[in-house]
Design a protein around this ligand. Sequence first.
Ligand code: EPZ
Length: 418
Amino acid sequence: MPKLIIEGNRCLRGEINLQGAKNSILPILAAAILCEGESVIHNCPRLSDVDTTIKILNYLGCKVKFEGSDLTIDARNVDRDEIPGEFMRKMRSSIIFLGALVSRLGSAKFSLPGGCELGPRPIDMHFSGMRQLGLTLKEKHGVIECNVGRGLVGCNIALSFPSVGATENLILAAVKAKGTTTITNAAREPEIQDLAKYLNSCGAKIRGAGEGTIYIDGVEKLTGTEHTVIPDRIVAITYMAAAAATSGELQLNNVNVGHLSSVIPIFEESGGIIDFPNKNSLIIRAPSRLISTKIIRTMPYPGFPTDAQAPIMAMLCTADGTSVIVENIFESRYKHVGELLRLGADISVEGRTAVIEGVKRLSGAEVKAADLRGAAALVIAGLCAEGVTKISGLSHIDRGYDDIEGNLCKIGAYIKRI
Ligand code: EPZ
């Protein structure tokens, strides 16, 4: 089984060009099947989740070309409405094809999704919103069959929680429904805005994406377009945490600073100095030792992102003092804590709260990743630990980080994949 070998305790210095956002490209690729034409997507990262999504698009009848970071999707002949179980189990976010398929073909058949083990990940809000739009859903033996009957009709949908996936799925289902759909208590993540921008350039009529209420006026047909994916804010935070944890200095290019507004104060509070050489770059300079921060609570955007919880926890393991993190979004998103303890961290978890007592130094060990952002946390811890760290479970990290070892080597890390 492949492993990442890291020789830690090296100061990271240099520049990284940030990849495109995984959580933006995935819904946009699903949305591409709504367009009876060709879409060209720029700044697409090389990730296993993107590869899985391309396999689904090919299975559904699309022609996909991926050259460099440019992805071309020809969705003129979407002729299958079923997503095989192997794809659904591999990637939870494949549920996003529900809205796109029922919009394009009027029906969809798939098994319940798999993906990261972050506790129970129900899709009740997806289904209740779809039913309100007129979708009939039948489930037997874990396989869902759905049909739009005489067609989807716009309505007012109130989400009980600003779910990112449910907001995206309902936008996809509503873009060609008859009449207007409003989604209240919608998720405000930048990736939602990016999806709406892509769809509007294909001819959709979506207003208010990024705010609490989104208005969608149904249209007859969508055509292809050209679109550049926003930078990946979670990958940005990950590399910033790696530089901060190793008393380093990092310039990040192709970053959208506005997307980091809830996390930049955490880096500054822990002793980091952040400058903005131009509107698409930032430089973080770390002190020799970080200090603990005030309590961190994960929240829906624009609050502190749950995906940043694990990388920031890894950074705080060697900060001077006591840090507290409360994970409010997912039931169990602390699987990385046990592995951080093996590296010498001092963390105690009580329900949704983790208390991190800063230690002077972590020491290398063999550890195993259990999910995507937990894997990133182990890389950060390995980079600042004394000695050698071996990380297995690399399939998790390859889902969301484009060439993580190449980027880290560029700024002085000793990291290789065996
Ligand atoms: C998206 O997942 C992201 N994935 C996640 O990133 C991210 O952590 C999450 O949003 C929150 O920001 C993609 O965009 C592909 P949710 P999603 O629906 O859509 C509950 C990563 O590391 N819920 O906002 O699944 C759910 O159980 C991944 O890149 C329901 O109860 O997140 C969770 O507790 C991990 N019923 C909470 O809402 C529903 O119908 C947030 O889920 C839907 C969700």
